[in-house]
Design a protein around this ligand. Structure first.
Ligand code: FE2
Length: 339
């Protein structure tokens, strides 16, 4: 399935999840074939977009968090509804805890204009998984989830031309972009003035610090090591991984194996080693369905990953036979093939 922004929806597309209005009433049901009046209704309710079925969805990898929750979170982020985001962040923890497996095997390609929101939800799910792997308690997971979901909320105060610029940012534009953690902190801090309810201090701290690097080379404060809050260190890994594997107007997506390599290569400098080593236990370098080249010269498609040994999946070869790399230790995967 694919996330399509509201203005790109076309009659004939099929919804792959329910859409709810602001009062939590079903607006359109999953499997609805879109017509122009339905699309008008989606636009009228100011939805950012919807998940749509695609032809090759029969073997879609299982979902860790439902599309319904994803859509709700995307729309609440768009509307800057911090209360609703906090509530949804807690639902996301719940769904992740109840998922049958926490292995991330999906490559979601985001379209450009709604990138920030989808990215925020992906970062949230991955952060919660890492948090579970690091043994965080339930209350901590909920706060981590809130911070991860809203980590880029300050981007709403960065001019849209800079956010959506299809090429490299100039030095001046980069300086403005780098203010988004601070803007995010201000947004969360100001919430108490609106409804009297404060956002937890650790959530504000993590949002403010999600671009700090372990070695002190990050921003905005250049904090080092454990002076950076643990939640921010987790979000940082999840954020960079999702950004690398996403396609943007100015860059192609990196495949999961290469992006994992990047995270590990920068472990101890950009990233906290403990976070990076927990992260690799949950993210499959070779997701089911991707084509690979083997050291034997054969090509094949990843059939299934072994949850405890993600670098040694089962592969369906072109001949039709299945090769289990756990049983064939002399064979290695050389690379992911793009077509
Ligand atoms: Fe950010």
């Amino acid at each position: 399935m694919r996330y399509v922004s509201a203005r790109d929806l076309k009659p004939g597309m099929i919804l792959s999840s329910n859409l709810y209005d602001d009062n939590e009433k079903i607006l359109l049901k999953s499997n609805t074939v879109l017509t122009q009046p339905y699309i008008n209704r989606i636009l009228m309710h100011d939805f950012d977009g919807a998940y749509i079925f695609e032809k090759d969805d029969i073997n879609t990898a299982r979902q860790i968090v439902s599309n319904e929750t994803r859509i709700k979170a995307i729309n609440k982020l768009k509307k800057l509804d911090i209360n609703a985001c906090q509530f949804l962040a807690n639902s996301i923890v719940n769904e992740v805890q109840n998922a049958e497996s926490l292995i991330i095997e999906q490559i979601t390609l985001s379209s450009y204009d709604n990138y920030t929101y989808i990215h925020s939800v992906n970062v949230d799910v991955l952060s919660v998984i890492i948090g579970i792997g690091m043994g965080l308690r339930n209350e901590e997971l909920e706060l981590l989830s809130q911070a991860a979901l809203m980590h880029d909320i300050g981007k709403c105060d960065v001019p849209i031309e800079i956010i959506n610029k299809p090429s490299k940012l100039s030095q001046e534009e980069l300086t403005v972009m780098k203010k988004h953690p601070e803007y995010g902190l201000i947004r969360l801090r100001d919430k108490v003035k609106q409804d009297g309810e404060d956002v937890a201090a650790v959530v504000k701290n993590a949002v403010y610090s999600h671009h700090e690097n372990w070695d002190g080379s990050g921003y905005p404060r250049g904090l080092e090591g454990e002076k950076i809050h643990k939640f921010a260190r987790i979000i940082h890994v999840a954020d960079v991984y999702d950004a690398l594997t996403s396609k943007r107007a100015y860059k192609d997506s990196m495949n999961p194996a290469d992006a994992i390599e990047y995270i590990m290569a920068n472990s101890g400098t950009m990233f906290d080693r403990e976070v990076a080593s927990t992260f690799i236990k949950y993210v499959a370098p070779y997701p089911a369905g991707c084509r690979v080249l083997l050291s034997t010269g054969q090509q094949g498609t990843i059939l299934e990953n072994h949850p405890k040994q993600l670098s040694r999946p089962k592969i369906k070869l072109e001949s039709g036979s299945v090769l289990d790399l756990m049983k064939k230790l002399d064979v290695t995967i050389l690379q992911i093939l793009n077509n």
